[in-house]
Design a protein. Structure first.
Length: 290
């Protein structure tokens, strides 16, 4: 049975920009009540105005300022939301960050930052909402991952690893919650024209730029449209656009070995024209005097 989102309450983390904002506007267009969660109040208020303009019904638009990487902050914010509006029918975990760079150049803090927001930010939201969904016997959880959570590439050791974690969480959670009437969906978008992509382009190694240039670029509105189309008919994995679908099918047909061969050749070619970064501090740089 196709889901009708009219009058449903949809919570979207990272809903003030990019794919999250596009999903919020799409939800409002479909007649849903929308709550967006983000950190910056000014950006949230601007996003709320755009969402209200996209409404096709007399529904509410609410904003919550909270940092998804802080568990107690998330719990307090969402408990307050549930006291005010009730338990959301749908949650779309879209909050995310990325910092590309070669492994030796990225600090360990950067790995924690990616995991704290992309992975633990998803965990904290769901730890607060899932018990109520189980008690109610219904709900829809949509976790937005990435194509590099399916097959990771040069320059994304921190970001890709965090998205692999989101995929693993979603797979196990889907199995746990399906018998309890709750659907868990994973979204695998390719590069999308968002402020986050504009930010990461400043830091992408030249080799990464050459590798990712072979993929297309989607608009966030297309991603949002395909998310709701797939979720409304019960798909548990959604691959917006053609690039992510091709990646999934190719991995199934030729396996990782074929992809390793192809991408290794791209990296080898790129290395001939791009300087290699110097390694970061290792044991030899940290040792004290003899």
């Amino acid at each position: 049975m196709k889901i009708n989102y009219a009058n449903r309450h949809i919570l979207i983390t990272g809903g003030s920009s990019g794919i999250g904002l596009a999903c919020a506007k799409r939800a409002a267009f479909l007649g849903a009540n929308v709550t967006i969660l983000g950190r910056r109040v000014d950006v949230l208020e601007q996003a709320a105005a755009e969402i209200q303009a996209a409404r096709t019904a007399d529904t509410f638009v609410q904003v919550i300022s909270a940092d998804v990487s802080q568990e107690e902050v998330v719990r307090a914010a969402l408990c307050g939301l549930m006291d005010d509006r009730g338990l959301p029918d749908v949650v779309i975990n879209c909050a995310g960050v990325t910092q590309p760079g070669e492994f030796t150049e990225l600090s360990t803090e950067m790995f924690h930052w990616n995991m704290d927001i992309n992975y633990f930010g998803t965990v904290y939201v769901l730890k607060t909402l899932v018990p109520g969904m189980i008690q109610r016997g219904s709900g829809q959880i949509i976790n937005v991952s990435s194509a590099v959570g399916l097959f990771n590439v040069y320059g994304y050791t921190a970001y890709g690893a965090s998205k692999f974690a989101v995929n693993g969480l979603s797979e196990a959670l889907r199995m746990e919650l399906k018998p309890r009437g709750i659907q868990v969906i994973t979204v695998i978008p390719p590069d999308t024209d968002t402020p986050q992509l504009a930010y990461e382009m400043q830091y992408k190694p030249e080799i990464t730029k050459q590798i990712t240039a072979v993929a297309g670029l989607l608009k966030p509105e297309q991603v949002a449209r395909e998310i709701f189309q797939g979720a409304s008919v019960g798909r548990y994995i959604i691959y917006p656009g053609t690039t992510a679908k091709f990646l999934y099918l190719a991995l199934r047909l030729i396996g990782h070995r074929g992809f390793y061969t192809y991408f290794d050749s791209l990296v080898s070619k790129a290395l001939k024209s791009s300087p290699v970064s110097k390694p970061g501090p290792g044991c030899q740089d940290q040792a004290g005097p003899d």
